[in-house]
Design a protein around this ligand. Structure first.
Ligand SMILES: [Zn+2]
Ligand SMILES: [Zn+2]
Length: 220
């Protein structure tokens, strides 16, 4: 029993211990650091990524607290009716006035793999269903690839769809209308080498959005 408690403590206590060391270290090097941090944030980037523990945003981008506003969920989805991600995007674009929105997926994504299979994963079945639809819509292209590359291609297509979804949002159109500089990018984190690959699908303004999605106030 004592051993069990001890080993549990080693796993979780080290997190608190490391945190205390970090805070002490930062404070010693820069006594005003936390005072400034607490005063407010003005990040230039909104990152919408996967919840996967390997997508350690601050570490892999070598950024600091205050640099990146972050939203993460399984398989970096941005459903049109999801209050959570839409709230994050609206706050980041309208109030924080970020310049870049990055939709970041990654290779070897468990969510994508689950969406390509037929094994039930509980409530996640609902969350991942649109990725299944995306797979079926692009089945020919994906299945023409070697087996090992198929899930990663679906990850890419899911990122591209995320970029398109964000670039259709009213809050994004409003920002562009107000001449706010705002770019939406699609990147994939390659876990085998740690590198982020730009999928070159960036959207820079309303001209990049299909006319059907450029809405105007109703005329009466
Ligand atoms: Zn908060
Ligand atoms: Zn993932």
């Amino acid at each position: 029993m004592a051993n069990e408690t001890e080993s549990k403590c080693q796993a979780i206590c080290s997190v608190l211990h490391n945190n205390a060391n970090w805070a002490k270290d930062v404070q010693e090097k820069n006594p005003e650091y936390f005072e400034k941090l607490a005063a407010g944030q003005s990040p230039k980037i909104l990152w919408i990524g996967c919840s996967d523990s390997r997508m350690a945003v601050d570490v892999l981008t070598q950024t600091n607290p205050g640099d990146i506003f972050i939203h993460r969920n399984i398989a970096n989805r941005i459903p049109n009716e999801d209050l959570n991600s839409l709230s994050v995007i609206e706050y980041a674009v309208k109030h924080l006035k970020v310049k870049h929105v990055i939709i970041a997926g990654h290779t070897n994504c468990g969510g994508i793999a689950a969406a390509m299979g037929t094994e039930s994963v509980g409530i996640l079945d609902h969350w991942l269903r649109p990725i299944k639809d995306l797979y079926l819509a692009n089945e020919e292209e994906i299945n023409a690839l070697p087996k090992k590359d198929r899930a990663n291609r679906l990850s890419e297509l899911n990122i591209v769809q995320g970029v398109r979804t964000v670039s259709k949002l009213p809050v994004v159109h409003e920002a562009w209308k107000n001449d706010q500089e705002l770019y939406v990018h699609g990147w994939i984190l390659q876990l085998h080498n740690g590198l982020l690959k730009d999928l070159n699908v960036s959207v820079a303004g309303i001209k990049d959005v299909d006319e059907l999605y450029r809405l105007h106030p109703a005329k009466h």
